[in-house]
Each structure stands twice: as C-alpha cells, then as structure tokens.
Design a protein around this ligand. Sequence first.
Ligand code: FE2
Length: 424
Amino acid sequence: MFDLIVKGGTLPDGTTTDIGIKDGLIAAMEPLDAQAGEIIDATGDLVSPPLVDPHFHMDATMSYGIPRINASGTLLEGIGLWGELKEVMKADEVKARALTYCDWAASLGLLAIRSHVDTCHDSLMGVEVLLEVQKEVAEYIDLQLVAFPQDGLYRDPTAYENTIRALDMGVDVVGGIPHFERTMADGARSVTALCEIAAERGLMVDMHCDETDDPMSRHIETLAFETTRLGLQGRVAGSHLTSMHSMDNYYVSKLLPLMAEAEVAAIPNPLINIVLQGRHDTYPKRRGLTRVKEMQAHGITVGWGQDCVLDPWYSLGTGDMLDVAFMGMHVAQMTSPAEMQRCFDMVTTGNAQIMGLQDYGLRVGAKASMVVLDAGSAVEALRLRPDRLCVIAKGKVIARQARNEAQLSLPGRPASVRRRHRAG
Ligand code: FE2
C-alpha cells in the first residue's frame, strides 16, 4: 500500500516506470499493481526530479519599478538602482515578494533555490527576512542562502563584519564579488579572505566572479587556486564567469585544467548575461556567456542559473528554469540531441550537484519530490516549456495544472490542438 503512485511516466533518460511513494520517500520504481491513496496517470508525460536554481536574488525579486525602472538596462545602473531600493524597502514587503516568488516556483516544479542575500546594509534586514522565508517554505522548497557582500567586501566599509554576522545568523554559503572591488589586488584579496572564512566554518563558496566583458578580469584563477590550497574541492562555484567569453584562448587553455583540478563548478546565468554583457560594444557585439561546452569538455560541472526576475537588473523573467535552459542552449549553441539533453540535466541533476543536495533524484530511497510535465521527453520539455501537470514535494501533491488545449474552428481540421503543440 503506497501513499501515492505516479504511473507510467517517462523519465528524463527515456525509460518508463511506475513510482511508488510512501512516507515522503520513493519506495519503488517498477511496474506496480498495488493500492495507493492516489494514483496519478502520467502515461506519455515526462516525470522529472524537481527543477533546481543555483543562482538567484530573492531579496530583490518582484521589485521591478521600485523606486524607478532601470532606464539604460545596464548592470551598473542596476547596481545603482539596488542601492536606492535598499534605502526604501521594508521587511514585510520583501518577505511578501519572496513568498510570492516561492509560490511561482512551487507551481513550476522549482523546488530548490540558492539565493544570494546582500550583506552590505548594517540592518541585515534582507538576511533576517530570507532566513524567515527559508523556514516557512522548508516543507516544499530547499532554500539555500549565500552571504553576499554585494557592494564589495573591502569597497563597502562594513561589509566584512556584516558578512560574518550573516554567517553567524545561519546563512549557509559564503559569497563574494571580486571584480567589483576597487582594484584587481583587492579583488584577489577578497577571494582569499572569503575562502578562508569558508574553510574555517566548513561552508561552501559561491562567488559572483568576473561578471564583466574585461578579458583581464581573472579572479576565477585565484578562486581555483584558493580552492585547492584550502582543500575546498567540490564545494566552490564561480557564478557568471562572463569575462571568460572575451579571454585570450591560450590563457583559457591553462585556466580550464586549473578549474577542473580544483573541482570548481560554474554557474552561467544566460538570460541575464545575454542582456547585460556586451553593452559597451558596437558591432560585432559580444554575447558575454561563458565557455559552457569547453568547460564541460574538461569535466567541469556547469549549471544554469536564473539570477533575476523582475528586479533592478532584469525587467522580465518567469521563474521557469526551462526558460533559462532554453536561452542557454541557444546562446551556447548546444543544439545537438546530446547537448539539448544535457541542458535539461543541467537545470535538474547538475544544479542539484552544485548545491550539494542530498536525497535528490528519482531513485528508491530518495526524497519523493518530482514534477510531471506535459511533454514526452526532456528535449521536448525544453522546446515547449510546458505546463506542470503535477508537482510533488516530499510525497505530497503541492500543485496541479489542467492540460491545456485550444479549441479550433477550422473547416476540415481537428477540433482542438494542444496549446504548446506537443508532437505526440
Ligand atoms: Fe547574481
């Protein structure tokens, strides 16, 4: 007797199976002829482990237009605007926006999120709020927080002590932004200091690193070096790494093996990188996305991150990691069947690996969290970015969506067509 059976679904690897769920865990993955509290018919539909976002800013999300919009659309105006927003935002409003975003995430099957939280305001209001949100959504979303000295660990006069305070309050991961310090030397110093803090406390590291078109921004080299020196292999990620797009090829041929040796993961954020980078270029205009396929060829773990939804840096966004992967596969030109499949795996198992999630995945004994999508395969899910028919978190159904069809009134044609034109 199971609590729940998901019947006949197609897994991302193309196999089909029934999934029996009991006490919040996956208890069986085989053809099942058994009783259950509820049986969900997923025949012909994709059943995937939850979508995962390893890079987000939940303290800024849904604030578009407050106190004004980013008129130029640039990263630097966004940073200035965030400074204005921090002065006027109130805790209850930040919390309400974050919880609304979590509602969106839950409905989309996005059940694990790593969010950076700014530690450059002495009140640490954003930290307090997101720690509360982390507790409130814990039953359905794994929310991991990164202490992020967003105005620079050394550039902001109180960032260092506030970042330590945030970690003392329970923030999970050490962040940084070396390319935004005043000098290259200060940037390198900040990487060293922050990695040492992580090593002392046994924490993971995730730094905004080299989010610039400047090919000489090479803080990822220092991050890889400090990771190896301090024995942090497998616990460190570099987010964005956009300068790598513009770096000299010979230098990159040295850098990628260093990253692989240090087991430093990479988190490009394609929606944001394609919008914010290359803004100083005329034509040809750089794309700014880091070297995804080349890193993967060196065995480096690469995820796709969302970064922003409706905030000072990005006036669009839905929270759907399939939108993120869709943009990533276009900009990185990952369009072979194997590469498209990999793009889906990046926003599920790859991102889960970067976040260090335990009990994740579709296997007996893992946490029974999954999403049923109105698509026949992983690649079709990227093409359609379809409705999530059912979202299950720790064995409980938390969201349902009816299958969409458009009614047609065309002579000699079918009476209806699936909304996103599913092939099957
Ligand atoms: Fe970011």
